[in-house]
Unconditional design. Structure first.
Length: 270
């Protein structure tokens, strides 16, 4: 598996965050667009398998194929840059500023959204034969997911919003662990195994992932879901993004950085 020790791969995390901040606008958008598109296609794949087998666990087991593909190709998800780029700022890398971090987040959000939206439109055409018939079983399932995970939270008010936030935190705890998994090995098989496990867990637990939702909810609206664009943003995307940010940084980025880069002094027994 060619395993790297934590002190080595955490340094790679900081290096990766620095490189993403200085990446050109064009390259950042292209990589984010393709990441959003591939992850959206993986979400379609997982939902299709769930409908065919009537067993969500099979969708969860196979969904990570998209995540592994996009990271092996060097593309970027918002959930990943939420964790990596702040580490370069905390490490006081030359030229890294908070505005540079925020710029990267904004560009990656835009690219991910456009990529996911592209796949949502393309799959809507597939599910409806060019909008000439009613959506098939997978299309109807997507519409139901959109309603359940917007209006289903809205009926609980603030408690529902907070629940989405927590599910977003838990999601990016696992997803960012998958991002780190791509760095803990120098072999393709090692990277895939390390990425697969936490991604399968997050999808199987139906935690809230901001980029997956960039596909699920526009797709649900196109398929006739009974919720609005405002419902999507207020009762899912906004709290999910915030939860993803806090969860990824708190449970993965800062913990690894603080104990493997900024280690505390060793205890003295003198």
């Amino acid at each position: 598996m060619s395993y790297l020790v934590p002190s080595e791969f955490v340094t790679k995390m900081v290096d990766a965050g620095e490189s993403k901040i200085f990446m050109s606008t064009r390259d950042t958008l292209i990589r984010a667009y393709m990441a959003g598109a591939i992850l959206a296609l993986a979400a379609v794949f997982a939902v299709s398998i769930t409908v065919q087998t009537n067993s969500p666990i099979f969708g969860a087991i196979l969904f990570p194929v998209g995540f592994c593909m996009l990271y092996l190709l060097g593309f970027d998800l918002l959930t990943g840059v939420f964790v990596l780029t702040p580490l370069a700022w905390l490490d006081k890398r030359a030229g890294v500023t908070l505005s540079g971090v925020l710029r990267n987040w904004g560009l990656v959000f835009l690219g991910n959204f456009l990529g996911a939206l592209t796949v949502a439109v393309m799959m809507a055409i597939v599910f409806t034969y060019g909008f000439s018939v009613e959506p098939d079983a997978v299309g109807k399932k997507l519409a139901g997911i959109g309603e359940a995970r917007t209006l289903g939270y809205a009926k609980y008010g603030v408690a529902g919003w907070f629940t989405i936030f927590i599910r977003g935190m838990l999601c990016n705890w696992m997803v960012s662990t998958g991002v780190v998994g791509a760095m803990i090995s120098t072999s393709v098989s090692g990277k895939v195994i390390a990425m697969w496990m936490p991604i399968m867990l997050f999808f199987g637990m139906t935690f809230e992932h901001s980029v997956v939702n960039m596909f699920l909810f526009p797709s649900g609206l196109i398929m006739g879901g009974n919720f609005s664009i405002m419902d999507y943003f207020v009762w899912n995307e906004i709290p999910t993004v915030l939860g993803n940010l806090v969860g990824g940084l708190a449970f993965t980025g800062l913990t690894l950085y603080s104990t493997h880069v900024r280690t505390a002094p060793k205890r003295s027994f003198n």
